[in-house]
Design a protein around this ligand. Structure first.
Ligand code: E4P
Length: 236
């Protein structure tokens, strides 16, 4: 399973990349707007940090405009994936771009029928928004299960990119269903690492270590940590 970071923030992207945790990045107009930076230089910088799919969203309402924007994004870097919304115009643009071998992430997917149409239009990724469905008392993960079944029934190669992830359980559920990718904000990615037993276990190890005499701790190499009396003649 691949994990993407859902962010346009360079500090977060650098930090997550340093953990070896992310395979790609997704952005949307709201995330880009938060950064208050010129769009193309920001996009280029993200592509230099992460060597994996980087999704950038078109903002035109009409297919022609989306295609134009998509082509200009794709020229910037080989890893760019063009995001188009799940509208009639977005599907038209997806069809046109995919025929030109441009990879498209069809976004704002909230139903199985939408996911089916995106796959037929040639989407490379489909982005169902689980968190926003949960927010309105629908079952976001049920949609992932439905899409998974439909795509495998008919052999669609469109990859399921679980989006609008709000907490670690969304990631676990997505992995159990067999979704291809989950994209999440930095806070959720960080939460995947944390466990209170890891923290308390480490604190205990360090406390025990601290109680060793300074002379023992200062010795380099594992053999040197054994008391002198227990070393064999050959190891001296
Ligand atoms: C990713 O591609 C989406 O834009 C993102 O996951 C949306 O998340 P949100 O519902 O938390 O804004």
């Amino acid at each position: 399973m691949k994990l993407f970071l859902d962010s346009a923030n360079i500090r977060e992207i650098r930090e997550a990349a340093s953990w070896g945790a992310i395979d790609g990045v997704t952005t949307n107009p709201s995330l880009v707007a938060k950064e208050g930076r010129e769009f193309f230089p920001l996009l280029k910088e993200i592509c230099e940090i992460v060597d994996g799919p980087i999704s950038m969203e078109t903002v035109s309402q009409q297919a022609d405009g989306m295609v134009k924007e998509g082509l200009s994004f794709a020229k910037l870097h080989k890893n760019i994936i063009v995001k188009c919304p799940l509208t009639k115009e977005g599907l038209k643009a997806t069809r046109q771009l995919s025929r030109q071998k441009i990879r498209v992430n069809v976004t704002l997917c909230f139903s199985a029928t939408q996911a089916l149409l995106a796959a037929k239009a040639g989407a490379y990724f489909i982005s169902p928004f689980v968190g926003r469905l949960d927010d309105i008392s629908s079952d976001g993960m049920a949609l992932i299960r439905d899409i998974k079944t439909i795509y495998s029934n008919y052999g669609f190669t469109t990859q399921i990119l679980v989006a609008s992830v709000r907490h670690p359980l969304h990631v676990v559920e997505a992995a159990k269903i067999g979704a291809d990718i989950a994209t999440m904000p930095f806070s959720v990615l960080e939460a995947l690492i944390k466990h209170p037993l890891t923290d308390s276990g480490l604190a205990r190890f360090l406390k025990d270590w601290d109680q060793l005499p300074a002379q023992v701790k200062a010795m380099p190499g594992a053999a040197a940590l054994k008391p002198r009396s227990s070393r064999t003649r050959s190891s001296r």
